[in-house]
Design a protein around this ligand. Structure first.
Ligand SMILES: *[C@@H]1O[C@H](CO)[C@@H](O)[C@H](O)[C@H]1NC(C)=O
Length: 185
């Protein structure tokens, strides 16, 4: 074999060994997120939470669900502030009636989403991963209804909730994908 080839091989072997030598939870995060379509989102989300440190796969699923729950709560509060007038840069106190209607529908949907994600957290702590899925899927459907309401009735203001709906759905989807790993295990 050529010398550069041997050097290359030994570097690869050393790299492979050193990766295996220290299975830390950040490696687990990479492994788990490799099964999630939005890998980058999954990794940065899980790494940003101190509860992920040292967590096993079930623990990472619980972190993703907890983040989805606090995001849904945050979205519900944001909608409440919008409906209350003022806050979050909304100019003036009077909302376009179509926008107000969409927001009040979204408020109901996020109240439901918070409850559903909380139910899924209860299922996760009982290791009832099959029972958990319908709750998370229902929560995703709520965010989709919120988005759809805006699209149908208040096209010009669609961006108001789009990013929040999207991030919430990604958090839910991340949790579902991690749970799939637990079900398959
Ligand atoms: C939820 O997601 C929205 C949209 O990205 C973000 O603005 C908000 O800070 C998040 N809240 C929580 C508590 O994760």
């Amino acid at each position: 074999m050529h010398r550069p080839m041997i050097t290359m091989l030994s570097i690869l072997i050393i790299l492979a060994l050193s990766v295996n030598a220290q299975p830390s939870s950040s490696d687990l995060i990479s492994q788990v997120c490799a099964h999630v379509p939005r890998k980058g989102f999954c990794e940065s989300t899980l790494r940003s939470d101190p509860r992920s440190e040292g967590a096993d796969t079930a623990g990472l699923a619980a972190v993703a669900l907890a983040l989805a729950a606090s995001n849904a709560t945050d979205n519900a509060a944001f909608i409440g502030r919008m409906l209350g007038g003022g806050g979050d840069g909304w100019a003036g106190g009077s909302l376009d009636p179509a926008v107000e209607q969409c927001l009040s529908d979204c408020a109901d949907q996020y109240v439901d989403a918070v409850e559903q994600v909380e139910a899924s957290i209860a299922a996760a702590s009982a290791r009832d991963y099959g029972g958990l899925r319908p709750w998370v899927k229902a929560a995703i459907a709520d965010a989709e209804s919120c988005e759809e309401g805006f699209r149908m009735e208040a096209g010009g203001h669609q961006m108001l909730m789009s990013r929040r709906n999207k991030v919430f759905k990604l958090l839910c989807d991340t949790a579902l994908r991690i749970v799939e790993l637990l079900v398959l295990a």
